[in-house]
Design a protein around this ligand. Structure first.
Ligand code: TLP
Length: 341
């Protein structure tokens, strides 16, 4: 099987497994796990933030950020196809007691004037605008990179209104690989940031949230409240350190493979590429080939390729370690055979 369902399916490298085996550990609730401490320090340094916290998943990191920034009854402004809105089980409402205020986006980017207009004024009837969330790269928009100018304008508006901004940077390193803009430049624009170690960076588990010392101190307490206090978890943090040291540079390969896949598919009659491929995600429309997404995926599975549905006629492919150019050639041959049938 060639598994292009997500970059979450990556398996830890040899170096990660060795690092896990050898990791020095301690009780992290007491702040005594040296490996977790090193991972948090290194991540904070790379992002140019005062402090960082190792959390179990991107969802946990995003939700802890919301719980830390907001009060129950607040409203959060975010793009209408944000992962936080579509794919986190309404956790922001279930856990933090906040409501989402979604705005349309172009390739995941909200119009700054829409954001300004959506900020609540002082009125006894209104919720408070507690947070603005951005997502870079934007998953549902097909791995689109949020333009840094768009981020700057929105964060400027937020600052004028004293509203914090959180960045769901699950794939921030992919954005950085695509633009050459370092992750700390993106992170400098927002009060908090979450990125995943367990996607394209290949670690088996975990995400990082980063922000000010004060933010992370409160976030650490929220993680504990959620039952996310870790003990001798250096064994899962050690692969995260390897991910940061050894796996960021190679993300350009995933991008090249995504471009290769998109270019090949664009020559197959009946299939259309829906997104401008900027990072490691390719969205394919199957309607003109006479397939729903589910039918196409079923047939593709019989050919030995996995992907996921992203709409009634949209299929998402994600390239990741260790998928090679040769694998992509194989996938293209299989897709061609499927469409010929
Ligand atoms: N995305 C997963 C699925 O949940 C859809 C995927 O396969 O792409 N933010 C963004 C932008 C994400 O894409 C994801 C995961 C998360 C947050 C949540 O991360 P995890 O899965 O670690 O909770």
């Amino acid at each position: 099987m060639i598994d292009l369902r997500s970059d979450t399916v990556t398996k830890p490298t040899e170096a990660m497994r060795k690092a896990a085996y050898k990791a020095e550990v301690g009780d992290d609730v007491y702040g005594e796990d040296p490996t977790i401490n090193r991972l948090e320090e290194r991540a904070a340094e790379m992002l140019g933030k005062e402090a960082a916290l190792f959390v179990t998943s991107g969802t946990q990191g995003n939700q802890i950020a919301i719980l830390t920034h907001c009060n129950p009854g607040d409203e959060i402004i975010l793009e209408q196809n944000a992962h936080l809105f579509l794919y986190e089980g309404a956790a922001m409402s279930a856990l933090a007691g906040v409501q989402p205020r979604t705005l349309p986006g172009v390739r995941g980017a909200m119009d700054p004037s829409d954001v300004a207009a959506a900020i609540r004024s002082e009125d006894i009837h209104f919720p408070e605008t507690g947070l603005i969330c951005l997502e870079n790269t934007h998953n549902k928009a097909g791995g689109a990179v949020l333009p840094i100018e768009n981020m700057k304008t929105i964060t400027q508006i937020a600052r004028e209104h004293h509203i914090p901004v959180h960045l769901d940077g699950a794939r921030l390193f992919n954005a950085s690989a695509a633009t050459g803009i370092s992750v700390d430049k993106y992170a400098a624009l927002t009060d908090s940031v979450q990125f995943c170690l367990s996607k394209g960076l290949g670690a088996p588990v975990g995400s990082i949230i980063a922000g000010s010392e004060d933010f992370i101190k409160k976030a650490r307490k929220w993680r504990k409240r959620l039952g996310g206090g870790l003990r001798q978890a250096g064994i899962i943090a050690a692969p995260g350190l390897v991910a940061l040291e050894e796996m960021t540079e190679r993300l350009t390969e995933d991008q090249e493979n995504a471009e290769l896949l998109a270019s090949g598919i664009s020559h197959i009659t009946g299939l259309e590429i829906e997104n401008k491929v900027e990072t490691n995600i390719v969205l394919v429309n199957t309607e003109k080939a006479g397939y729903t997404a589910e039918q196409f995926l079923e047939a593709l599975k019989d050919e030995g390729v996995l992907a996921v549905p992203f709409g009634p006629h949209t299929v998402r492919f994600v390239t990741h370690y260790p998928i090679s150019g040769k694998d992509i050639d194989n996938v293209l041959t299989k897709i061609q055979q499927l469409v010929n049938r």
